[in-house]
Design a protein around this ligand. Structure first.
Ligand SMILES: NC(=O)c1ccc[n+]([C@@H]2O[C@H](COP(=O)([O-])OP(=O)(O)OC[C@H]3O[C@@H](n4cnc5c(N)ncnc54)[C@H](OP(=O)(O)O)[C@@H]3O)[C@@H](O)[C@H]2O)c1
Length: 326
């Protein structure tokens, strides 16, 4: 029996966590939901029962409780240290702790070994990283990878509730510079002094950490007028010749991946658990280069589902003493 808390329960990721939790077989003894004062006192339904939304207080956390974090990095930095002090286990979706060398950054299909029973803070990777490493993980065993290049076409829901509301509003406005509607925005967030945006740096930093390989990642991220589902064009350079058939076979056998002859579109991926990989092809002039497309639901496998899979993994790995402590 697990006590669970969701912080940011009213946001896009938090609500999807509730939906994924409904489907798990985990025995949940208590579920607590947290958001801002704006929503305090309201309720969200879980397994047919209304659950009140609370605001975070010093005594909100308990030893052994598993907390799923779905707030911004700035907010996470305020509550995570207190929850750790209280003895809770945290799976955080923000980018606040992802590159901390003491914090595992986990996609359960790719690096489940990164979690050990002593870990009480685990980071969920960025949505665009999760679907990328889902496709790259199985390729590590095919042949050594020299470098990766990825161009993303990211939906507006990657920017949370506000992204969806903005696109809905702009659908009724005259298109203009910086608008999501009828536009492609070639930077997600402001560029850093290097010229790369934060979203691009996340792909560059998080991908090698999860794959456990020190390799160059070239990234370009764009926002496109799609509600849900990120799409990525991926180029992989191996150190030797690799056929597209071999890559396709490795991906077809990998858990969580659906291989499509043609690319998969976000409208098909939205609401599903799979990461779709399609149009796998060798470069016409270089057999060591493979290109393909990857599409997934950024709120589901890109955030909520991955976090709950981490929770299931953690629940299996927790030492008996910790379980009894609860
Ligand atoms: N959207 C994606 O595709 C995606 C994918 C991977 C990771 N993430 C990450 O997941 C996190 C949540 O993203 P989102 O898309 O769900 O954002 P969102 O839709 O904007 O939701 C933010 C949530 O945080 C809550 N919140 C804000 N300040 C709080 C506070 N002081 N105490 C408690 N709760 C507070 C909000 O509550 P109110 O409703 O009361 O304002 C809301 O529930 C972010 O770090 C994001 O980068 C998002």
């Amino acid at each position: 029996m697990i006590k669970i808390g969701i912080v940011g329960a009213t946001g896009l990721v938090g609500r999807e966590m509730l939906s994924v939790l409904q489907e798990t077989t985990l025995s949940i003894s208590e579920l607590r939901l947290f958001a801002t004062a704006r929503n305090a006192g309201q309720t969200l339904n879980f397994r047919g029962l209304p659950h009140p939304i609370e605001i975070i207080q010093k005594h909100s956390w308990e030893k052994g409780m598993i907390i799923l974090g779905a707030t911004s990095s700035e907010t996470a930095c305020k509550w995570v240290p207190d929850a750790l002090d209280a003895g809770a286990c945290i799976i955080d979706n923000s980018s606040a702790y992802r590159m901390d060398e003491n914090v595992p950054l986990v996609v359960p299909e790719v690096n489940p070994e990164a979690i050990n029973p002593g870990h009480r803070l685990i980071a969920n990777p960025n949505c665009s990283t999760i679907q990328l490493v889902m496709a790259l993980g199985p390729l590590r065993d095919v042949s050594p990878i020299e470098w990766i290049s990825v161009a993303t076409y990211q939906s507006v829901s990657g920017g949370g509730r506000e992204g969806i509301e903005t696109l809905r509003r702009q659908e009724h406005e005259v298109p203009g510079k910086g608008h999501f509607h009828r536009n492609v925005i070639c930077e997600i967030g402001l560029p850093e002094p290097s010229g790369y945006t934060g979203e691009e740096i996340k792909l560059i930093d998080e991908t090698p950490k999860i794959l456990g390989i020190d390799l160059p990642v070239f990234s370009s991220c764009a926002r496109v007028p799609v509600m849900i589902g990120h799409t990525e064009s991926v180029t992989v350079k191996f150190t030797e010749r690799v056929s597209s058939e071999k890559v396709e076979q490795a991906l077809a056998e990998a858990p969580g991946i659906s291989v499509k002859d043609l690319g998969c579109q976000p409208v098909e991926a939205a609401g599903t658990d799979s990461v779709f990989v399609g149009r796998i092809r060798n470069h016409p002039n270089d057999d060591s280069i493979i290109q393909f497309w990857v599409t997934a639901d950024n709120i589901r496998k890109g955030a909520a589902l991955n976090a709950i899979q981490i929770m299931e993994l953690l629940a299996k790995k927790l030492p008996t003493r910790h379980k009894l402590d609860r």
